[in-house]
Design a protein around this ligand. Structure first.
Ligand SMILES: Nc1ncnc2c1ncn2[C@@H]1O[C@H](COP(=O)(O)OP(=O)(O)OP(=O)(O)O)[C@@H](O)[C@H]1O
Ligand SMILES: O=P(O)(O)OC[C@@H](O)[C@H]1O[C@@H](O)[C@@H](O)[C@@H](O)[C@@H]1O
Length: 546
């Protein structure tokens, strides 16, 4: 297995950061161009089966029409405080009128929609019984728009593009984003260089248009990379995050974007950016989320944040927080500025949800430079990563577990930190959400390695390891093995270097007994503290290096 070096950026944006961002995005002019859909919800109850066939009979008590697809993205931008120019094409039919009415009720103007006669507006009708979707019927024309509509749409884009603050493409592959429209977008972008975010089923089609960010979901990223989905019985790769993580550069290359925000539903997301370490966004996993369009919310919030110049990790956390608001809702949903504020007020940001303990690593602090421009600055002291007390450790892991975070634990001396350690710790972090490191105390190192060790005191080792973004928490232990810590942490994953085997690892049975998994990571050859010390001794013996 190829040994990748991963180093997540871990931000800790406070509620204040996200609130200020919410203020700053108000009234931005955002173009949303893409496939407008009318989402219909026929809601009712079912208490019997049909006589003709064993299918439920639903007594419909309510019907609702909601903007869907690109129209949902437009509504999300609006409800977060942006002004929207929504460009799409609909038919001259009842569904088209219902969609315009639904948009207007949500303060999104339909005056930029092209009406193509004879086209059937896209509509997706869900039949629900007691909040459960039983079936979805899809109607509407999915062929490319006709030439006249295409020209009208291009003209509209040409008129509006110069004055916008950012643009979103929401392309479900239903005929709005023709090659000519994409080419026009590319020309306009070359001229104006706006924040341009693309959410498209076929991202490869946007590779050369100067995209700022793309937002593929799991299926889209698999398609882009031409790789199969993760199988449940895969022994070496256990999560989507782990599967996608090595592909950051490839995704950026294939999409031509500067930023790729890959959303992985209940696993949150990974944000890749050229020249930066990947950033994770977290979510409270909702196993049976009935939301449609969390991705639309994510892309809307991400675009607004990038448009005011927020640093990418902050923009991503803002987007993840907005998505967290909608995943609690049923059906096609939006996140409003008020809901987001309330969510933040309750201390439930994407990073802090339920734990109250995050807030370590890169602070990504920012200040407002002009009403619309944010800039990253790092003048906050990172909160302590070191845990000095076992009760505090227990409280911490309990809250992480409650928030659905996957806890990875490893332990070691980390006496003179070297490249092998860094690579190994980054890899360990990638196996879950939170990495806790058990550090041998000075006495326990003396017992294990002799009286000349450690070279660096516990205090110094704590300080050095705290500087790594991948390490979330550190705790020292006096004993020869970290068994006591393992009993408290009950790690989901216990990690050691490949110089051990499961058989020679004394902690392995305990970890498995507690329901955790033991992972042995690839060993980086020729990197060890002992080797470094030997080398220094050799050189000193030759009289070199004084
Ligand atoms: N089941 C879930 N539990 C918790 N959070 C979720 C869940 N599904 C989605 N999310 C949140 O919403 C974000 C976007 O979700 P997802 O990856 O499903 O996008 P998508 O497939 O584009 O969505 P859609 O097509 O419904 O718009 C995720 O990164 C995550 O923050
Ligand atoms: O891609 P297919 O399934 O054909 O169409 C899109 C739908 O699944 C839904 O997508 C969600 O993101 C939302 O945009 C929602 O409004 C929309 O109806």
């Amino acid at each position: 297995m190829k040994h990748h070096v991963f180093n997540f950026q871990h931000s800790a944006f406070s509620t204040a950061h996200l609130n200020s961002l919410l203020d700053a995005v108000t009234n931005l002019n955002i173009i949303v161009i893409g496939d407008a859909i009318l989402d219909c919800y026929l809601e009712g109850f079912s208490d019997r089966l049909c006589r003709e066939a064993p299918v439920p009979v639903v007594t419909v008590t309510n019907s609702e029409y909601v903007p869907g697809g690109a129209a949902n993205t437009a509504v999300n931008v609006r409800s977060l405080g942006g002004k929207v120019t929504f460009i799409s094409a609909i038919g001259d039919d009842g569904e088209g009128s219902l969609l315009c009415q639904a948009l207007s009720r949500r303060s999104v103007p339909s005056k930029h929609l092209i009406v193509q006669s004879g086209r059937q507006t896209l509509a997706k009708q869900r039949v629900m019984a007691s909040s459960q979707i039983l079936v979805r019927f899809d109607f509407g024309t999915t062929d490319a728009i006709d030439e006249d509509s295409e020209q009208a749409l291009i003209d509209e884009l040409e008129r509006r593009y110069p004055e916008c603050d950012a643009a979103i493409v929401s392309d479900y592959g239903y005929g709005i984003l023709t090659q000519r429209v994409i080419d026009k977008l590319s020309q306009l972008q070359a001229r104006h260089n706006h924040v341009l975010v693309v959410d498209a089923k076929n991202l490869a089609a946007y590779r050369h248009i100067g995209t700022t960010a793309v937002k593929p979901n799991y299926e889209q990223v698999l398609k882009l990379l031409n790789i199969p989905p993760l199988k449940a019985d895969n022994q070496s790769v256990k999560s989507r995050v782990e599967q996608i993580l090595p592909y950051g550069d490839r995704i950026l290359e294939l999409t031509g974007a500067t930023i790729a925000a890959v959303t992985l539903d209940a696993e949150g997301g990974i944000i890749f950016e050229r020249g930066s370490q990947p950033h994770r966004t977290y979510t409270q996993p909702t196993i049976q989320s009935r939301t449609a369009g969390a991705g639309d919310t994510f892309v809307s919030a991400l675009t607004l944040a990038l448009a005011v110049g927020a640093a990418t990790p902050l923009a991503a956390d803002f987007a993840a927080t907005a998505a967290a608001v909608v995943v609690g809702k049923d059906g096609t949903s939006v996140c409003s500025a008020e809901e987001l504020r309330e969510f933040l007020l309750n201390g439930e940001t994407g990073e802090e949800k339920d734990t109250g303990t995050r807030g370590h690593g890169d602070t990504g602090n920012f200040s407002i430079q002009s009403p619309r421009v944010f800039e990253a600055a790092s003048n906050e002291v990172p909160p302590q990563k070191y845990i000095s007390d076992l009760n505090q450790l227990l409280a911490l892991v309990t809250s992480y577990r409650k928030a659905g975070r996957k806890i990875v634990f490893t332990n070691g001396c980390f006496d003179i930190l070297h490249a092998g350690h860094v690579s190994y710790l980054n890899y360990a972090k990638a196996l879950g959400d939170i990495l806790i490191v058990g550090l041998n105390s000075d006495n326990s190192i003396r017992r294990l390695k002799g009286s000349s060790r450690p070279i660096n005191t516990l205090e110094d080792r704590i300080q050095v390891l705290s500087g790594l973004g991948c390490v979330d928490h550190l705790i020292a232990f006096e004993e020869d093995t970290p068994s006591n810590l393992i009993r408290i942490v009950r790690p989901d994953v216990f990690v050691k270097g490949g110089n051990y085997t499961k058989e020679t690892l004394p902690e392995a049975p305990l970890v498995e007994q507690l329901g955790g998994e033991v992972r042995l990571l690839p060993f980086v050859e020729n990197r060890s503290t002992t080797r470094i010390i030997e080398r220094i001794r050799e050189l000193a013996g030759k009289g070199i290096g004084d």
